[in-house]
Every structure is written in structure tokens, then in C-alpha cells.
Design a protein around this ligand. Structure first.
Ligand SMILES: [Zn+2]
Length: 235
């Protein structure tokens, strides 16, 4: 919880006393997503029956069951009805030699090379803004296959998350507009930069990951969040 500032590694909501130790690579079995379904109105802890998954492999990445790098603190909702034992990869999983088997794929093997299509917040090479973007009203959109699979696997476009992001998304777009139109070197420029920094800061009560992604998409590859924060943070 300390390592993740008490936030869900997938949806960034605060995880207080409850939360799950989620296995990024499933330890027991692997499922595939067949239909994303949708959150039931007014029952945010349930996903509609239209969400469908099926089992691909009988055993998962069992050797990572106790691997610290395979753990993520996750909220119960992201973990249980959504992520579960899903783990999309770019490659085709090897087909099971017995066509009559109820498991269509071979189990993964230790040391296999594969390209996950599920974003891992601890991946040092991950640049979330390359895969995701947000609208001014907080709707999440994908830019790549990895972005799409991540949203679908975790239900990141569910209504309760969209609603919770509206305030912060509107604010960050507005602050950025004000910042960009302020005279260079002015107090206004400094003020709006510090507002942006405080929203994307690791201690922010807003959705800091979303704010960082919005910033990087607004500057369209002309700068990273890290550089902006280093330049404008107030010590
Ligand atoms: Zn979550």
C-alpha cells in the first residue's frame, strides 16, 4: 500500500483498509475476454451478465505466485469482476495438441517471450500517454491495442470511474488552457503551472495518472510530465 500510495494500480482510486493483492500474470489459470459487458446502473459492485470470459489455459504463471514484481495492489472491483485471471498478450498462445480438450491453449512456460497487452504501472518503459487519452469530461479512450485491451480487461470505461473523473478532467484542461495563454514569466503562468503540478502530483486527491496523461497528450509529445513537474514544482 505504501509503494502505491494507497491507490489501485489499475483505476487509481484510493484503497483504504480493503484491497486485493492482485497477480498481474495470473498464477492459477488464464481466461480470455469474449464480451466486455457493462457496469450495472446503481450497482457499481456488479458487472452485467453480458460480460463473458472463457478459460484458455488450465494453469497460469504458477512460478510467479510469490514474485513481488508480479504483485499489484488493486481495488476489489478492478480485481474480481474485471481483471480476474485475464492476461491478454500480443502473440497467439500455443494451441493445445488435443482438439477435444476444453482448454484451447497450452499452458505458458517459464522463460517464454511474450508481449503483454495489459499496462503494468511498474513497467519502467511504460508511457501511459502513448496508449490512452481522456476527454475533457473524463472519458477514457485508447490510442493503441495495448490501451484498448487494458481498458476492456479492467473495465476502465465503467460509468462509476467516468463519473468520478469528470471534475479533475475539466479542471486540468482549464488550467492547461490558462497556463498556455499566460504571458511567459508572468505570475499567472506560475500560478497555473503550480495548479497543474498539484493535480498530477503523487499526493493529489484527484486522478494524478489521468492528469499526467492529459498533460502529455496536450503537449503532443513535446514534453514529459516529469520534466514539467521538475520545472514548476514548488519546494
Ligand atoms: Zn481499481
Amino acid at each position: 500500500m505504501e509503494a502505491q500510495r494507497h491507490r489501485c494500480g489499475y483505476c487509481e482510486l484510493q484503497v483504504t483498509s480493503y484491497g486485493d493483492v492482485e497477480h498481474y500474470r495470473p498464477k492459477s489459470e488464464i481466461k480470455q475476454l469474449e464480451a466486455v459487458g457493462e457496469e450495472q446502473e446503481n450497482l457499481h459492485n456488479l458487472v452485467s451478465k453480458s460480460r463473458k470470459t472463457s478459460k484458455m489455459c488450465e494453469d497460469g504463471y504458477w512460478w510467479l505466485a510469490y514474485d513481488w514484481d508480479n504483485y499489484l495492489l488493486s481495488c476489489t472491483l478492478c480485481n474480481r469482476p474485471y481483471k480476474g485471471t485475464l492476461f491478454p498478450i500480443k502473440e497467439q498462445r500455443p494451441v493445445h495438441p488435443d482438439p477435444a480438450s476444453e482448454y484451447p491453449c497450452e499452458n505458458p512456460k517459464q522463460g517464454d517471450q511474450e508481449t503483454p497487452l495489459l499496462m503494468n504501472p511498474f513497467d519502467p518503459n511504460l508511457a501511459p500517454s502513448e496508449h490512452l487519452e481522456f476527454t475533457e469530461s473524463g472519458l477514457i479512450k485508447h490510442k493503441t491495442d495495448t490501451g484498448k485491451e487494458t481498458i476492456d480487461t479492467l473495465g476502465l470505461s465503467r460509468d462509476s470511474l467516468n463519473t468520478g473523473r469528470i471534475w479533475a478532467a475539466k479542471k486540468i484542461f482549464q488550467y492547461f488552457k490558462n497556463f498556455a495563454s499566460a504571458a511567459p514569466g508572468s505570475d499567472a503562468e506560475k500560478l497555473f503551472a503550480s495548479e497543474i503540478v498539484s493535480m498530477g502530483n503523487e499526493t493529489s486527491i484527484a486522478s494524478p495518472g489521468m492528469c499526467r496523461i492529459i498533460y502529455e497528450n496536450l503537449v503532443d509529445g513535446q514534453g514529459t510530465w516529469e520534466a514539467f513537474e521538475n520545472k514548476w514544482k514548488v519546494d
